[in-house]
Design a protein around this ligand. Structure first.
Ligand code: C2O
Length: 361
C-alpha cells in the first residue's frame, strides 16, 4: 500500500493550465519538525451529528460561519489555516507525494488518492480532522459539519448559506468567487452533469437526480470494488477518472457536482472543477460530507455484497494529517470503517432515509 512520508513536492499532475493556475501549486504542508504519531480513537462520549446544510438551525449556521471565519483568520502557514486545509487535497491528488515505503519504495510513482479504493477512506479522514479543527477553533467539542444533502429534493440546490458574497456588510466566509455563476442561485444540482446544462423542468431534474443516486448506490455499486473503486497498491501508477474501475459514486454524482460547481471560464475549472483547487471552496467539504454519507447509506441498505474491502492492501494503507492539536498523525483505512469509534454520524430523516429507493433508472 502507498506509504506517505514527509517528502513532498510542488503539485504538477492533472493541471491543464499550470501557467494560469489561480491557486498556488506549492501544496506541501507546513513542516513543524514533528514526528508522526499513531492515531488514537477519540475518547469523548458525545457524537458529532452532521446536519443537512439546507436545514440548519440559526445557531448551527452561525457556529459554522464563525468556525470557517476563524480558520480563514489564521496565517496561511498554520497547519489549521483555511489555505493549509485546502492544500491537503492538492498535495494528495496532484502529485505532491511519492509512494515510498522503507527500502522497497516506489520513489518515482505519484500518490493519487482518487480513482481507486483509496477514495472513500482518504476523504473520510480528511473531513474527520477538518471537523475537529473547526470545533477546536471555536472551542466547541460537539461541533459537527453540515452536509449537502443532494439526495433529497429539498437539499438539491446549493445551500443558501454559501451563496451571498456578504452578510451584514461583511464578507461571507462560506462564499467563493470561483463558482459557475449560472448554477448558484435557486438552481438544482445536476448529479449527472457532464459539462452541458440540461434544459429540463425542475421536477424532471429532481427525478433524474434520484435515479442517479440509485444508480450509484445500487445498480453500479453492487459489490465492494464497484462501489469503492479498483485495487490500487504500491507501485501502481495513478489511473485517470475515465478508467472503468473508478467507484460508482466517485465517478458518478461526486464528480458531476465538482464540475457543476466549478467555474468553467477559469483556466482549470477553479475552484471545484480541479483537485488542486477544490479545497478552496467551502462547498467542497459539505459535498464530501454527503459523499461520505453515501458510504454509510450504502452499507445500511443491507444488500448482500455491500461490505468494505478486507484485503490487507486496503486495510493497511495509510495517510498522514495534522490533527486538532497540531500533531502529525498516521491513520489507516482499517480505522475509518466504524463511525461509532470515530464519534461522528449523520442526522437522518426519520421518515424517509432513502428517498431515491424507488428511483430505479
Ligand atoms: Cu478529493 Cu471530491 O475529490
Amino acid at each position: 500500500a502507498p506509504d506517505i512520508t514527509s517528502i513532498c513536492k510542488d503539485a504538477s499532475a492533472g493541471i491543464r493550465n499550470k501557467e494560469d493556475a489561480i491557486r498556488t501549486l506549492k501544496c506541501c504542508p507546513p513542516s513543524l519538525g514533528k514526528t508522526i504519531k499513531p492515531f488514537v480513537f477519540p475518547k469523548e462520549r458525545t457524537v458529532r451529528m452532521r446536519w443537512p446544510a439546507h436545514n440548519g438551525t440559526k445557531e448551527q449556521v452561525e457556529k459554522y460561519r464563525a468556525a470557517i471565519q476563524a480558520m480563514r483568520d489564521l496565517p496561511d502557514d498554520h497547519p489549521h489555516s483555511f489555505v493549509s486545509q485546502a492544500k491537503i487535497h492538492c498535495a494528495y491528488c496532484n502529485g505532491g507525494y511519492n509512494q515510498v515505503d522503507s527500502g522497497s519504495g516506489f520513489p518515482d510513482v505519484d500518490i493519487q488518492i482518487h480513482n481507486s479504493w483509496l477514495f472513500f477512506p482518504f476523504h473520510r479522514w480528511y473531513l474527520y480532522f477538518y471537523e475537529r479543527i473547526l470545533g477546536k477553533l471555536i472551542n466547541d467539542p460537539t461541533f459537527a459539519l453540515p452536509f449537502w444533502k443532494w439526495d433529497e429534493p429539498a437539499g438539491m440546490p446549493i445551500p443558501e448559506m454559501f451563496v451571498p458574497a456578504t452578510i451584514d456588510g461583511k464578507p461571507n466566509p462560506l462564499y467563493d468567487v470561483y463558482r459557475n455563476p449560472n448554477h448558484i442561485q435557486e438552481r438544482i444540482v445536476d448529479l449527472d452533469y457532464d459539462g452541458q446544462d440540461k434544459d429540463i423542468p425542475d421536477k424532471t431534474q429532481i427525478d433524474c437526480n434520484l435515479s442517479t443516486v440509485y444508480r450509484d448506490l445500487v445498480r453500479n455499486g453492487a459489490d465492494t470494488l464497484s462501489f469503492f473503486g479498483g485495487v490500487y497498491v504500491a507501485g501502481d501508477s495513478p489511473v485517470g477518472n475515465s478508467d472503468p474501475s473508478v467507484g460508482s459514486v466517485e465517478s458518478g454524482s461526486h464528480t458531476a457536482v465538482h464540475r457543476w460547481v466549478g467555474d468553467t471560464t477559469q483556466p482549470n475549472g477553479e475552484d471545484m472543477g480541479n483537485f488542486y483547487s477544490a479545497g478552496y471552496d467551502p462547498v467542497f467539504y459539505i459535498h464530501h460530507a454527503n459523499v461520505d454519507r453515501m458510504w454509510k447509506l450504502w452499507k445500511e441498505l443491507g444488500i448482500p455484497g455491500h461490505v468494505e474491502p478486507t484485503e490487507p492492501d486496503w486495510l493497511n494503507a495509510s495517510f498522514v494529517f495534522y490533527d486538532e492539536n497540531e500533531d502529525l498523525v498516521r491513520v489507516y483505512n482499517k480505522d475509518s470503517v466504524n463511525l461509532n469509534k470515530l464519534k461522528f454520524n449523520y442526522m437522518e430523516n426519520s421518515k424517509e432515509v432513502f428517498p431515491w429507493r424507488k428511483s430505479r433508472p
